[in-house]
Design a protein around this ligand. Structure first.
Ligand code: GDP
Length: 298
């Protein structure tokens, strides 16, 4: 609760601070709703979610005869919760053995860091974890994963050079031989515009399905919250390539663009498995809609 609140402080200032200054001044009217619209857009809720929220607020304002700032803020929190609640779907890894998770995203989104945090998260649930160093483009990424694995006693399957599909194929077989519960497969960062690389990650997915016909059991796209509305295009592009089944939204702590969660919910809904609200190991948290909205307006 407290970590989440601290992590979301910049978005809270954007939304809550905007609201406070709006409401401090006068009663609710159309002009105020217009200013609120700008506030929501600046928090990166996007046009679609913002329009929906303002329409909803106008309806509630008239229907419920809202008068005070607290009442309007409560109505906004409720409307926002309604939008983002469908994204709450915690990742369950019990259905398959090993449960294979592939991780995709652009460079710097937080893939490798999130893999470390996820490994700890699953270990804390009593699961054994194996990492596949599938970012074969950057030697530093492999080193980062191997160092992390050594320090935390987690096996990392890596190759000098080689291609991602081969590393992950080996890792799945190793996991099966060792009775591992969860495989976390890293992949190289890439942009949606790098079509050959998007084709390459589609191939990685196909090779995983060769190693394990029921897999991958989860295809996670890691998104940096700072990219705001660009997240929508990334979800669509990666979804087309690998069939995204879940999202991790990192760096919510460094940004006032937390409203992007609402934009995702309206325009490209995918289960938001985890949100990153800091660099610490416990700062990757399962997304809980109510906690999230409460932290924004607390
Ligand atoms: P990758 O290229 O996608 O593997 O990205 P990395 O995992 O190397 O992360 C890039 C940077 O983002 C690193 O400095 C991480 O510590 C940082 N980072 C990742 N997640 C978060 C987060 O939730 N909050 C903050 N503040 N930093 C993060």
């Amino acid at each position: 609760g407290e970590r989440l609140k601290a992590g979301l402080s910049r978005t809270r200032q954007q939304l809550g601070g905007g609201l406070a200054s709006l409401f401090g001044r006068r009663r609710i009217d159309e002009e105020l709703l217009e200013e609120l619209e700008s506030t929501l857009l600046m928090a990166d809720c996007g046009v679609d979610a913002t329009t929906h929220l303002i329409d909803e607020l106008r309806r509630r304002w008239k229907r419920d005869k809202l008068e005070t700032a607290d009442q309007l803020q409560g109505a906004l929190a409720d409307a926002l919760h309604e939008i983002v609640a469908p994204l709450e779907a915690p990742l369950q890894v019990d259905g398959h053995h090993p449960f294979i998770i592939m991780i995709a995203g652009v460079n710097g989104a937080g893939k490798t860091t999130s893999i470390g945090k996820l490994a700890k998260y699953f270990q804390a649930q009593g699961k054994s974890v194996l990492l596949a160093a599938g970012d074969t483009f950057r030697a530093a990424a492999r080193e980062q994963l191997m160092t992390w694995g050594e320090r935390n006693n987690v096996t990392v399957i890596a190759q000098d050079g080689g291609d991602a599909a081969a590393v992950i194929f080996d890792a799945i077989n190793a996991a099966r031989a060792r009775g591992i519960d969860v495989v976390l497969a890293d992949t190289a960062g890439r942009l949606p515009t790098q079509l050959h690389l998007m084709e390459e990650i589609a191939k990685v997915r196909r090779v995983i399905a060769k190693a394990e016909p029921s897999g991958p059991h989860e295809a996670i796209l890691v998104l940096d919250a700072n990219i705001g509305q660009n997240a929508l295009a990334q979800v669509k592009a990666f979804d087309a390539a690998i069939g995204v089944t879940g999202l991790v939204l990192t760096k919510l702590d460094g940004t006032a663009k937390g409203g992007v969660v609402a934009a995702i919910a309206r325009q490209c809904p995918k289960p938001l498995r985890f949100i990153g609200v800091g660099e610490g190991i416990d700062d990757l948290q399962p997304f809980r809609a109510r906690e999230f909205v409460d932290a924004l307006f607390a």
